[in-house]
Ligand binder design. Structure first.
Ligand code: ATP
Ligand code: MG
Length: 300
């Protein structure tokens, strides 16, 4: 397959799920069971994913060598949507030196003594690097919104907790992402969209397999009671923060092979769009290289 042909095919998988403007966005328009309507069989998906990960490895090398841009990938989802396995698969071919993953859980006492972005800012990727946030500051308008008592723990002065707190936080996040874009950090945000029925199936599978028990928490099952609240919070978050500079991808997550394909395709495409290249060698550097070659040639 030629380069342009691969890019065209990737675009088919990415376009329907890419949100660059919140206008009119409704989560109900997205089907978690979608497989692109392409009647793509699994083996074809595996082949394309392999091509995608190889490509990603090459692009990452350029990103690293050029040392100008950085890439931040944010993963958000309900439990068992497949965040961990998607990250593992999509990143399987890349050089660990150029990539870091951070998982954000409940904030620590030290975190709570700061503004909510603080702990995330500390983990932003350096130039040339890919940073992955497994959960992120978006939890501040998701779990914190659904469970209002967690907001009480954030030690905010009462004057700072207005009726518009969620809209304010979302506006701050959108501005923050615009700032990052202007600083050369490309932000891609993935919502792995799993259905409630598929989540139940995966929880039951975890209960059936002893090697998966460590991943199981009863609280995850309790959270299912708040499903509608979470979906509402996700919808509002995506609507308020989807932009050209920092798009959301609402990735169907009921079929893991398709989830991986869409995420890999989106990442490859975004890197490809940066038009990365190896840094140009200066005349002085070329002279140095020639001298090194001459020295090696002289060695016995
Ligand atoms: P997995 O279950 O796949 O291992 P996970 O990301 O769900 O991964 P857990 O340790 O189960 O990890 O859960 C982390 C919890 O931390 C989540 O319930 C999440 O909502 C919560 N969390 C993350 N950020 C915040 C935050 N800023 N405030 C409150 N809770 C948060
Ligand atoms: Mg969990």
């Amino acid at each position: 397959m030629q380069r342009d042909e691969v890019l065209d095919r990737l675009e088919k998988y990415v376009k329907p799920f890419r949100i660059t403007s919140g206008k009119g966005f409704r989560l109900k328009h997205f089907d978690p069971g979608d497989t692109g309507g392409l009647r793509l069989d699994k083996s074809e998906a595996v082949e394309l994913l392999d091509r995608g990960t190889e490509w990603l490895a090459r692009e990452q090398e350029l990103l690293y060598a050029q040392d100008r841009w950085s890439l931040l990938l944010i993963f958000q989802a309900m439990d068992a949507a497949g965040k961990d396995s998607t990250i593992k698969h999509v990143m399987s071919g890349i050089n660990p030196q150029g990539c870091q993953v951070f998982s954000f859980k409940q904030p620590s006492a030290e975190d709570l003594d700061h503004d909510f972005l603080w702990r995330h800012v500390k983990c932003l990727p350096e130039r040339g690097q890919i940073g992955i946030f497994n959960r992120s500051y978006y939890e501040e308008v998701l779990v914190v919104r659904v469970h209002r008592d967690t907001l009480e723990e954030e030690k905010l002065p009462p004057q700072c907790v207005s009726k518009q707190i969620w809209a304010e936080r979302l506006a701050d996040m959108a501005h923050f992402e615009q700032y990052l874009a202007r600083q050369g950090t490309m932000v891609l945000k993935f919502f792995l969209h799993v259905s409630r029925a598929e989540q139940k199936k995966r929880f039951l599978e975890r209960l059936d397999k002893p090697e998966k028990h460590w991943k199981f928490a009863v609280s995850d099952v309790r959270e299912r009671a708040f499903w509608r609240h979470y979906m509402h919070a996700y919808e509002e978050a995506i609507r308020a923060t989807a932009s050209k500079q920092a798009p959301w991808f609402v990735v169907p997550a009921d079929n893991k092979w398709f989830t991986r394909l869409v995420v890999a395709a989106a990442v490859v495409q975004a890197l490809e769009g940066l038009d990365l290249s190896y840094p140009r060698i200066t005349a002085a550097k070329q002279k140095e290289l020639n001298a090194a070659r001459a020295m090696l040639a002289k060695e016995r």
